[in-house]
Design a protein around this ligand. Structure first.
Ligand SMILES: Cc1cc2nc3c(=O)[nH]c(=O)nc-3n(C[C@H](O)[C@H](O)[C@H](O)COP(=O)(O)OP(=O)(O)OC[C@H]3O[C@@H](n4cnc5c(N)ncnc54)[C@H](O)[C@@H]3O)c2cc1C
Length: 392
């Protein structure tokens, strides 16, 4: 939410464009129209920048004189009101989080910690679609164990508004869900409008095309971060993956080249990590579906282990999944879902994916061991051993 005011408020091109709290719906409708005209913003761009659904913005524009839409105006105060303020001033009891990706999960956790009853709605049959379904199910279980209601395979169709002018329900294709607060975390796409207008090519993944120096095909123009597409070292395809890890390295590469020191960005393998409550989640490389899409004949092995030696107190359970190429045994990707101290184990597997190691090679690595830190055979090694028996 912190980025929402940026598009309008930080441009320095004149008057403040956000709606003041005392604005009426009509004012907000005018504000939106002014925004779109002044900055030539499409409905999609405004929706993306503000986090307010396109359908709601359209509704406001179409009905700006309809007083009942003060309701929608209040929902749209996300343009300049933080969730924190809403929690303080309205004391909402029930929250609906739409979207079960990284951001959705983080919002679910934050709202649960604030004592709200949280429902998570996700159009796909699992949360964390970057994981395979079996690992995603473990995340769903973790959500339910935290008391979160999960509505999986359910699409959001609209919002209901109460007499007090505040959202009171989320309409889904499986009925209405009561809500005092709604947060949408529906994913991210590269913001490329500026580049497209400047004639800079955008690739098949939707991101700006650059070479390994982060230079675009237009002389003197460089690009880095969420707006560009990157070379995936395993699938060998161009991908758009919005991660701060990629953005930082790409920015550094672009800066070095710009200042005369040659540097190259070597590509990505999509290593990412998050948590929900005490359940940690991580992934690297390709999952089973992505491996098949990339043309690999892939097999997978999943194991359940513990973060510490079984006799050492306070160890946590974790599941490790390894995806490998049949025949060669090359590790294509891995996923981890488990308790505290489990997810950062993905880093060793990320190095293996990066370096095209095989499951046999990984199983022989000299990884650190002492009872407070892992079993003698770290769960990642047990997972590669299990997978090794399947690749042959
Ligand atoms: C809630 C949240 C949590 C995240 N957590 C993680 C995490 O744990 N790990 C991780 O790896 N990644 C995380 N990410 C992703 C990470 O934040 C992004 O990948 C990263 O910030 C991208 O950097 P960037 O510089 O490309 O874009 P941004 O950080 O979005 O910066 C782009 C800047 O450009 C400005 N801008 C846009 N258009 C213009 C214009 N026309 N003129 C001038 N300025 C303009 C914007 O206002 C903005 O300040 C998270 C993202 C979110 C939203």
């Amino acid at each position: 939410m912190s980025r929402q005011g940026g598009a309008a408020g930080s441009s320095g091109r004149g008057a403040r464009t956000q709606a003041a709290p005392e604005d009426t719906t009509a004012d907000l409708g005018k504000t939106i129209q002014r925004l779109r005209k002044a900055y030539n913003m499409s409905l999609g761009d405004l929706s993306e920048q503000s986090g307010v659904a396109k359908s709601i913005i359209s509704q406001i524009e179409r009905n700006e004189t309809n007083p009942t839409l003060s309701t929608v105006y209040r929902l749209s105060r996300a343009l300049d009101t933080t969730i924190d303020e809403v929690l303080r001033t309205r004391s909402p009891r029930r929250a609906v989080v739409v979207g079960g990706g990284y951001i959705g999960l983080e919002m679910v956790e934050a709202l649960v910690l604030r004592g709200l009853e949280v429902t998570m709605v996700e159009k796909l049959p699992q949360p964390m679609a970057t994981l395979d379904p079996d690992m995603g199910e473990r995340v769903a279980e973790a959500l339910r164990a935290m008391g979160v209601t999960t509505r999986l395979g359910v699409g959001v169709a609209g919002f209901g508004v109460g007499a007090d002018g505040w959202v009171d329900s989320v309409g889904t294709d499986d009925g209405d869900l009561p809500a005092d607060l709604v947060v949408m975390g529906l994913g991210v796409r590269p913001s490329t409008r500026l580049a497209v207008d400047a004639g800079i090519p955008v690739g098949s993944s939707g991101g700006i095309v650059t070479d390994a120096r982060m230079a675009t095909p237009v002389d003197g123009v460089w690009a880095a971060g969420d707006c560009v597409e990157s070379f995936h070292r395993v699938s060998r395809r161009a991908v758009s993956i919005a991660l701060g890890t990629h953005a930082n390295k790409q920015g550094r590469v672009a800066g070095l080249n710009l200042s005369g020191t040659p540097a190259r960005f070597p590509g990505v393998i999509g290593t990412a990590i998050t948590k929900i409550g005490t359940t940690e989640i991580a992934r690297t490389g390709l999952n089973e579906r992505e491996a098949a899409q990339a043309g690999f004949d892939a097999v997978a092995g999943v194991i359940e282990g513990t973060s510490r030696a079984h006799y050492y107190p306070d160890g946590a359970e974790l599941a490790v999944k390894v995806v490998a190429e049949r025949g060669s045994g090359r590790i294509l990707g891995a996923q981890i879902v488990g308790g505290p101290e489990s997810a950062k184990r993905i880093d060793a597997l990320a190095v293996a994916v990066w370096d095209e190691m095989t499951v046999d090679e990984f199983s022989q690595l000299d990884l650190a061991y002492a009872p407070p830190f892992s079993p003698v055979w770290d769960p990642t090694m047990i997972a590669t051993r299990t997978t090794a028996s399947r690749v042959r």
